[in-house]
Write a protein that binds this ligand. Sequence first.
Ligand SMILES: [Zn+2]
Length: 302
Amino acid sequence: MDDMQDAIDRTGDAGEGASLWQKALAVSGAAALGLLAGFGAGILFPGGGRPVISRELPEPRSDALPEIMTSARTGAEAPLVVIDPGHGGFDPGASGEDGEREKDIVLALAIEVRDRLIELGGVRVALTRDGDRFLPLEQRPQLAEALGADAFISIHADSAPAPEAKGANVYVLSARASDREAQALARIENESASGIGLPEGADDVALILADLMKRETALGSAALSRALERESQGRMPVHQPFRRSANFVVLRSPEMASVLFEAGYLTNPDDANRLGDKARRGAVAQALANAILTHLLAPETP
Ligand SMILES: [Zn+2]
């Protein structure tokens, strides 16, 4: 965990006034650490006039970053949202009783949101994955950071212990979960893809989170979750409370507003049918696209 904390701290430091290259290097360092935890050997090298502790890492490969898509009338400086369809590859996520798989549903939904945003114009969009492939949890927000994203939305459709639980929810990062169900979900999500159990409640984790949450990004994440709440009402069944919080690995970026959107529970037959149907899923895609546009182009005034 020390390595990850180091990586997170390093990423945060580089974000303030550092060049894009330094930022990308720090981010790729964090990404590689996520993959190679335990192999990091500290070295020192000068970066921007002050010593920066880093690892022996290859330079970031620009061809490894997701493609940014935009419409012809959208400027190159338009805000960027990165949409992260959960799971993928050997990790199917939750499944419904008719064989619906979370990894497929959330990918289809993410592509539909991207296409609507490009049609509407005004923002740039990238997906962490646009095919059926596995991505480690830690790498998902790091790819978004490397692209300089303004907002990050991870999309899921998980399972609930009670089959009657249904409807959409949105989560923001918190060291302490808002409720027991949120805590259980974060534990499942955090373990499902990386295969490593996180020391939940451990002091270092709590400290990292406390540090991250002091930052402005926490306010941005909360504002984005409210935009999603407004746009979801009336367009889809919503689970109450709609806005919740828990300790999700994918939401730990100090650099961008980050939320995890649960489109519904595949353990509920109504939700599974609704999300498996392209036309009915369209209402969810529209709500997400509207919320992203509102948040990035006409943010709430405090
Ligand atoms: Zn999931």
